[in-house]
Design a protein around this ligand. Structure first.
Ligand code: ASP
Length: 328
């Protein structure tokens, strides 16, 4: 082990030990200043939208502002690395998701953090079904025609995503393997900008979290072919499931959740969890999340322990699927 790595490890140990010693004072007063919530993708995308809706309510409960900081790059792993290395004092948090805290593990052999070893789970915020979306003039009227068209198009079609390991990348990796297709991947810093490109017809299709698509589907600026969950979603009752559309093998639902750096004192994690749970029970917050198609977690799914188990299960689920997947 070289000196740098040793110093880094020592530094981490010291931070964690220091936080533990300060626990009673920190926890009693927390929070006394602004909290930073890192969002690992561009503003306007699903992670950003969910983080902002929940953080706004949490900040009222906590009596301190929560500032959203969008840190983009490498499918969300740049920001997640930064969050993992932040001081574990409750003042730097991250809204991660199925990509940053599960799928990135098999896709990045040199990932600079581990979702379970370097984070304290705080609370699951939302389940987000995956939709198959295309530009508004895409020449297919339903999912069956979409499948026929993409299979016949080889690498001529452009598939937008938010970087290797992002939800939009990983879920379309699954779609690509089910259909045995090889479109050309086009990475963006989040599916906010990817959606702009889809609306502008600069890319052909993408797979994304429903939260990002509902306003555009309702506005008629993109086409939605199917929702990849067993049941239809109340926010888009006319959108068929992939099973109804003849593609039962493609099922995908992502999720977003709050994490704190490892070593954040347990009472602070509990305070944050309580504020997130309160937000998820608020009728205004619920309406905003449900209108965008989110699935609000049940109370038993909102505990730090439940989120920790979800992360472990998701890493186990995605690792064999993605280990050998081409980073397209
Ligand atoms: N939905 C994006 C993804 O593919 C992330 C985002 O922009 O929130 O991971």
């Amino acid at each position: 082990m070289n000196l740098f790595v040793r110093l880094l490890r020592l530094g981490r140990f010291t931070l964690a030990a220091g936080a533990a010693l300060l626990t009673p004072a920190l926890a009693a007063d927390y929070p006394t200043r602004t909290i930073t919530m890192i969002v690992p993708f561009a503003a306007g995308g699903p992670t950003d939208v969910i983080a902002r809706i929940v953080a706004q309510h949490m900040s009222t409960t906590l009596g301190q502002a929560i500032v959203i900081e969008n840190v983009v790059g490498a499918g969300g792993t740049t920001a997640t690395t930064r969050a993992a290395r932040a001081t574990p004092d409750g003042y730097t948090l991250i809204t991660g998701h199925m990509g940053t805290h599960a799928a990135a593990v098999p896709l990045y052999p040199k990932l600079a953090y581990h979702p379970t070893k370097d984070f304290e789970p705080v609370s699951l915020l939302a389940g987000t079904p995956i939709l198959i979306l295309a530009r508004s003039d895409f020449p297919a009227k339903d999912l069956r025609e979409f499948v026929t068209y993409v299979k016949a198009s080889g690498d001529k079609l452009n598939q937008a995503h938010a970087g290797v390991g992002s939800v939009s990348h990983v879920s379309c990796q699954l779609l690509k393997s089910v259909l045995d297709i090889k479109p050309t991947g086009v990475p963006f810093n989040g599916t906010g900008p990817a959606m702009n490109a889809l609306v502008g017809k600069q890319v052909d299709f993408m797979c994304d979290q429903i939260v990002n698509a509902v306003p555009q589907i309702n506005g008629g600026t993109i086409k939605a072919y199917a929702i990849a969950t067993p049941d239809r979603n109340a926010s888009q009752p006319d959108l068929p499931t992939t099973t109804e559309g003849g593609l039962p093998a493609f099922k995908a639902q992502a999720w977003n959740a709050i994490f704190a750096p490892k070593g954040t004192p347990a009472p602070i994690v509990a305070t944050l969890n309580a504020a997130a749970v309160k937000a998820l029970d608020d009728p205004g917050v619920r309406k905003r999340l449900l209108d965008l198609g989110s699935v609000i977690p049940e109370p038993a799914e909102r505990t730090p322990e439940a989120l920790g188990k979800l992360v472990e299960a998701e890493i186990a689920k995605w690792t064999p699927v993605l280990r050998d997947a081409a980073a397209n």
